[in-house]
Design a protein around this ligand. Sequence first.
Ligand code: DGL
Length: 257
Amino acid sequence: MNNNPIGVLDSGVGGLSVLRELRAQLPAESLYYYGDGLNCPYGSKPLWKVEKYVDKGVRQLKKHSIKMLVVACNSGTAAAIDFLRNRYDFPIVGMEPAVKPAAIATRSGVIGVLATANTLAGELYRTTAARYADRVRIVPCVGTGFVELVEGDREGTPEALEAVRRVVEPLLERGADQLVLGCTHYPFLAADIRAVIASRAVDLVDPAPAIVRRVRSLLEEHDLVAQPGYTPLYRFFTAADDHYRKMLRRKSGFFDQ
Ligand code: DGL
């Protein structure tokens, strides 16, 4: 048993979509969240830079004796997962677009994968996509402007709906009945995406529940589960300013504001 916190990291607020699921499924675990904020977005920056930014965040979390790290960022995983696994000795969970469940669930045989440019160019995604390419048609697509909208707190605005429509409508026209949310910022736009989907039978595939299952099994395997009934701590860190840190707290939905 181990009551130390799990560290969760993203370029900004996106990883909070994973943090919420962690809290819901693992209520005794302390969760320390690092949302860079200063160097966001990671999805379009050179990989070597992203690796440096991610490592800075991990070093910050490590000061608080994290027992495990969740890189709640597909772009950060694409850039830095091997580097992190070589450098740190705690278990590390990374993220990649959930192609497999979408390939299993599709009825039309077409799945859309929404992610950042770095994720779609990454080794991890390309290997997975190639594995399913003979069974389903995979249409990758960058969610242009999505991260900026979520960072700017502009979900649910006419501007967000328009940006989502520009990206999602062509996928629907190509027959996609599964939309994989391959960036942790995108679940914040789920209502906008559903508005564009309207009455079509199209599913959104959010990988957060699968990530939490992986975290749970690693905690058990390494004997790191928190004591049942332990009162957990939630803390927020950033490379940006205190205003941003407060936004992380607010967008987590964990506290009364
Ligand atoms: N939320 C991140 C991801 O899952 C990063 C997006 C970005 O910073 O561009 O890819």
